[in-house]
Design a protein around this ligand. Structure first.
Ligand code: EPU
Length: 429
């Protein structure tokens, strides 16, 4: 197991290129099984979540051909409806998209409960509600979900909670169902539009994606196609935040700035200099930053996935900032680690209250989840001295080559193997 070592304090300069969106990729791969011929997906990020899903596809019989790490051809013609192995399913949240995709294709599925980052309770009741409305019988036995339907029939489904996962999963099951499905109170994230674009190119009939009512007319079958993934707005946002924190002149390339409006508005409110081009953001050093409050909301509100990195940036701002995560109220595990690094942050009534500016100091810290890991990398870049980050397997689930990308911007950052003693300590925590 490796750790990341950052020597902080250097100003960053240069261009960093954003990869394809993780949260699209992890839905597009399971979606590909709905076709009856080869689906080519281009722009895949080289991250462990994508590798795990590709292995699951192979486990169920898909033939995978790679032109490169970014471009894969998925031939789903020999996929069989078998229970999906538990070990890999537990590695990530998005394995639950095999529920919708397998149910759509075979009218049955058996799959372990998904894993992923611990951000507090993450129920899947809205996914199940949708599958049941389409005619599936859903049972939960010994930690696995079994779905079975004689046939799937379109239905009107109102989501009680706006959910990215439930919206996509129901779409996956409904595109091959008989008749019309309406998803009301649907989520509107760009990744949902990306998945609907793939399904439409495969022959599905979907209208209204990007609004809160999605209408689907079931078709008999879907065919192969080629699809290029949208850029990752969360990776782009992470680099924008770290450029605001420690950049001198940083260009973030392959961005759709419109996907990041809520973040850019908050950065500007803090006094960050941002120039917006067609597919790039240019962020230059601001001598001082002002405190701001943020509240995470469903898209197009401030993304929960950027809350943790943004909290780190707020330690540089003058004054008191209040951070409230309304999507995952317990997504605050980075706070204790930031405190170890001399940040003045306390949690009160479910919000993090950051008082700044404070000069962060290098320390030994542990990434508890993916975006907490990103928050700690940014903190390490801002800190005086050396920061050692363990738990980096979380970071690798979502950020391609983060150490190389940061080194190309002039950061002093490297991976190193953990010693035996460190490993023992790490495993005992
Ligand atoms: N929720 C329910 N019932 C459900 C589904 C969700 O109560 O059946 C609640 C959740 O507990 C949460 C809220 O609804 O409070 C929103 O959850 P959502 O279903 O939208 O989240 P998700 O689909 O499980 C995706 C991303 C997350 C991101 C959230 C919110 C993927 C694979 N994951 O999760 O990404 O935080 O949407 O935008 O797309 C990450 O990339 O670090 C990450 C965690």
């Amino acid at each position: 197991m490796d750790k990341i070592i950052v020597e902080g304090g250097r100003l960053l300069n240069g261009t960093v290129r954003v990869n394809g969106a993780k949260n699209s990729a992890v839905a597009l791969l399971p979606a590909a099984i709905l076709a009856d011929s080869t689906v080519t997906i281009d722009g895949l990020p080289d991250i462990s979540d994508v590798n795990t899903l590709t292995m699951i596809l192979e486990d169920i019989g898909a033939k995978i051909k790679r032109d490169s790490n970014q471009k894969v051809h998925i031939d789903p013609s020999s996929i069989v409806s078998i229970p999906i192995p538990n070990g890999k399913v537990k590695k990530l949240r998005a394995s639950y998209y095999f529920m919708g995709a397998m149910l759509g294709k075979f009218k049955r599925a058996a799959i372990g409960l998904p894993g992923g980052c611990y951000l507090g309770p993450r129920p899947i009741d809205q996914h199940i509600k949708g599958f049941e409305a389409l005619g599936a019988k859903v049972t939960n036995e010994k930690g696995a979900i079994y779905l079975q339907a004689d046939e799937l029939k379109g239905a009107r489904i109102y989501l009680d909670v706006v959910s990215v996962g439930a919206t996509i999963n129901i779409m996956l099951a409904a595109v091959l169902a008989k008749g019309k499905t309406t998803i009301e109170n649907a989520a509107k994230e760009p990744e949902i539009i990306d998945v609907a674009t793939l399904l439409t190119n495969m022959g599905a009939k979907i209208k209204g994606v990007g609004t809160d009512i999605i209408r689907i007319e079931g078709v008999e079958k879907l065919h192969g196609c080629t699809h290029t993934i949208i850029p990752d707005r969360i990776e782009a946002g992470t680099y924008a935040i770290l450029a605001a924190a420690q950049g001198d002149n940083v260009v973030i390339d392959n961005v759709i700035p419109e996907h990041l409006e809520s973040l850019l508005a908050k950065l500007r409110e803090m006094g960050v200099n941002i120039q917006q081009r067609d597919e790039q953001l240019v962020i230059t050093r601001s001598p001082s930053l002002k405190s701001v409050d943020i509240k995470t909301l469903v898209y197009p509100g401030f993304p929960t996935d950027l809350q943790q990195p943004f909290t780190t940036l707020l330690t540089r701002a003058e004054g008191t900032s209040i951070v409230t995560d309304t999507i995952y109220t317990a997504r605050l595990k980075h706070i204790d680690e930031l405190r170890r690094m001399n940040a003045k942050v306390k949690v009160e009534g479910g919000s993090a209250i950051v008082t700044g500016p404070s000069q962060l100091q290098g320390a030994r810290v542990k990434a508890s989840d993916l975006r907490a890991g990103a928050a700690l990398v940014i903190a390490g870049l801002m800190a005086n001295g050396i920061t050692e980050i363990t738990g980096i397997e979380h970071i690798e689930r979502g950020y391609e080559n983060i150490t190389d990308k940061l080194r190309s911007l002039g950061a002093s950052i490297r991976r190193e193997q953990m010693t035996e003693t460190e490993l023992e300590k790490f495993n005992s925590k």
